[in-house]
Design a protein around this ligand. Structure first.
Ligand code: FEO
Ligand code: CA
Ligand code: CA
Ligand code: CA
Length: 653
């Protein structure tokens, strides 16, 4: 790591470090071949099956009146924000963007007031954590004005959080005392907060029975085929069936039965020590373990590889949490595989099975989906409790002819045999990346969020960038060498069936500045100078079936604009037209986007505001690039959730 890089850049670099040594075809090779066929199949692709809508009462987030398939005119009616970069956030004219909750604000009833100069682990465990990422809105009694907001707290920036500390990872963590490391552990994980709109404004209900913090110390159950596996056993847990905490939870999803799927991404960075000489050295290195980005392993044996070599196997999972039951124990669902899960976009398939899509965010890593064996029960919430423990995990292969295949990661099938080193299904799942390597999955340009449009059954895959792809690694689905700005792929499952093993795909958009020919961006020509973006990351399909893209990596130097939220047309003549709706303060990336079912409120999560956009400058607690959102001289910048509403009421966008 470069000692002068920001923490976000360090994460970016780590995701950028390819650990995939296989010769599997890369997505870029596929795209070149794909383009020639695109015109031929375009007519067919415009026809997509409409999902069979199953009734599901209060948790349904679709507003039928909003369905507008195959529209040919732009569906977004807001006046876009002027792209640029400064220390404040900006939203489209006629909208209010109000800070709802900030790092350090009270979550649990008896949390102390935030004092950045008197932080303690005990206080942080009750306060809002750092670097809010995924947001999910879960209505209470079907309301769009009263619900639970579930929030991921992805990681910590010690240099911005703690006075006088600066960046520690290259200086031996000299300043990172046990107390500070423990604050970081408590600032990871997630939060459930009850929120309510009164008099047109949202606030957190601080005296709520639902409010809770999940941290790196919260006990969790391990379920599914890898539970109890020898690779999951440690000194503290010889049964391999429970684990302390979740970490690096990036994006996620909400299930139709109202649970929160939260995804462990760059967990490798929290482990301390060496992979060399470990029995599982090959697998550890394939996962980039240990990353040594934090020094928790100095104080806690479980993060120290020399003492607990199996502990990393207990991270990198999708965790299911029931926010409606504050006493519920979070569950790591091993059937969905172990990798750097970005998110958990999902849909109830037309046959009633539940399907979860998830990207593995690293250069040259893969796109996955999981299909349950059982059916979603829309009348009895409790009967979906263990639905995610049984089913089939698949990895995607994108062929150059615009079709693709989902390859099952099932022990005993194909190359996943004991002779090939996979003893059982538990091992296939703990070492998901190695199993997917063996099957010849397509190496992608860093899969971030994947979202499903339940009106069209189209699936959108954000591929954020991959500057390391060389010209001879280009393929049809990853068509640009040195892909700095990323692209978006649209997948159409055969027959509109998300359980099918075949699909068609095409590239919806190649990102970057369309006025620079060498970039090769493909925005619709109706897109303005403010409307284009690079580095798609989080995405959202709103209740009207419209796609919104949040970005990570735009800044004044790279694209002349901060990160933000863009609205992207996907259908008809306007397809590929993008408009800027909200822009971040300097140094931040945008996460979260989530809307209420009635589409009148949009929540966004502003992550790591105040970081430096200049790789040669380290922003710190004392010298951040912005003091958003408080702008007080003694208050550092604070990652925050923002609620956006239309002045005078009405639908967003
Ligand atoms: Fe945490 Fe891949 O973003
Ligand atoms: Ca992030
Ligand atoms: Ca992300
Ligand atoms: Ca990212």
């Amino acid at each position: 790591m470069d000692r002068n890089t920001s923490r976000a850049r360090q994460f970016e670099e780590a995701e950028n470090t390819p650990t995939n040594p296989t010769a599997n075809a890369t997505m870029g090779d596929l795209i070149a071949a794909r383009l020639s066929r695109r015109d031929l199949v375009g007519g067919l692709l415009a026809v997509s099956a409409i999902a069979t809508a199953l009734p599901f009462g209060a948790l349904t987030t679709t507003t039928p009146a909003m369905a507008q398939d195959n529209r040919t005119t732009p569906s977004f009616d807001f006046k876009e924000v002027a792209a640029g970069a400064n220390d404040k956030h900006h939203v489209a004219e006629g909208y209010d963007a109000d800070v709802l909750i900030r790092w350090g604000d009270k979550v649990v009833t008896d949390a102390p007031a935030f004092d950045p100069h008197k932080q303690t682990p005990a206080a942080q465990a009750k306060q809002f954590g750092y670097n809010n990422d995924f947001l999910g809105y879960i209505p209470l009694n079907g309301s769009s004005e009263h619900g639970l907001l579930v929030v991921n707290h992805e990681y910590t920036n010690e240099e911005l959080m703690f006075p006088g500390v600066g960046r520690q990872d290259t200086t031996g963590f000299a300043m990172m005392t046990r107390a500070l490391a423990d604050i970081e552990m408590m600032a990871h994980g997630g939060a459930v907060i009850e929120v309510r709109k009164t008099g047109g404004k949202w606030s957190v209900v601080t005296e709520s029975r639902y409010n809770r913090r999940i941290t790196a110390e919260t006990d969790m159950r391990i379920s599914g085929p890898a539970a109890g596996h020898e690779l999951m056993r440690t000194n503290a847990d010889p049964t391999g069936s429970w684990v302390r905490g979740m970490i690096n939870n990036c994006a996620g999803g909400v299930t139709p039965w109202g649970t929160w799927l939260t995804c462990e991404e760059n967990f490798n960075g929290c482990f301390w020590g060496k992979a060399d000489g470990q029995p599982d050295e090959k697998a550890l290195k394939r996962y980039g373990v240990p990353g040594n980005w934090f020094n928790w392993g100095q104080y806690h044996d479980r993060f120290n590889m020399a003492k607990e070599p199996h502990e990393p196997n207990r991270f990198g999972w999708i965790v299911e949490i029931d926010p409606l039951d504050p006493a519920s124990v979070p569950v790591k669902r091993t059937a969905l595989g172990r990798f750097k899960h970005e998110g958990a976009g999902n849909i109830v398939n037309k046959d009633g099975r539940f399907v979860v899509y998830s990207g593995d965010d690293q250069r040259f890593d893969y796109v996955y989906k999981f299909v349950t064996s059982g059916l979603v029960d829309r009348t009895d919430r409790a009967s979906n409790r263990d639905l995610l423990d049984h089913g089939t995990l698949y990895v995607a292969k994108f062929d150059a002819d615009g079709t693709g295949e989902w390859l099952p990661l099932v022990h005993g099938e194909g190359k996943l045999t004991a002779a090939a080193g996979f003893k059982d299904q538990g091992q296939v799942l703990v070492h998901t990346r190695l199993a997917a390597d063996a099957l010849g999955a397509t190496k992608m340009d860093r899969p971030e969020d994947i979202e499903v449009n339940d009106k069209t059954n189209k699936v959108y895959v954000m591929l954020t960038n991959n500057a390391a792809r060389t010209a001879d690694q280009v393929d049809a689905a990853n068509p640009r060498a040195a892909n700095r700005f990323g692209h978006i792929i649209e997948i159409m499952p055969d027959g509109g069936d998300h359980a099918a093993t075949r699909f068609r795909w095409e590239i919806l958009l190649k990102c970057g500045d369309p006025s620079v020919a060498a970039v090769g961006a493909t925005f619709n020509s109706a897109t303005t100078k403010s409307g284009w973006f690079g580095m798609p990351d989080n995405a959202m399909i709103d209740a009207g079936g419209r796609l919104w893209i949040a970005t990570d990596g735009n800044n004044e130097r790279v694209t002349g604009r901060t990160d933000g939220l863009w609205a992207l047309e996907t259908e008809g003549a306007a397809r590929g037209t993008s408009k800027l709706f909200y822009s971040c303060p300097t140094g931040a990336e945008l996460c979260g986007p989530a809307m209420t079912p009635d589409m009148t409120t949009l929540f966004v999560a502003v992550q790591h505001p105040g970081e430096s956009e200049d790789p040669k400058v380290v922003a710190t607690f004392d010298k951040p690039s912005t003091r958003w959102p408080d702008f007080q001289p003694d208050m550092p910048p604070r990652p925050s959730v923002v609620a956006i509403t239309r002045r005078g009421g009405g639908r967003i966008g």
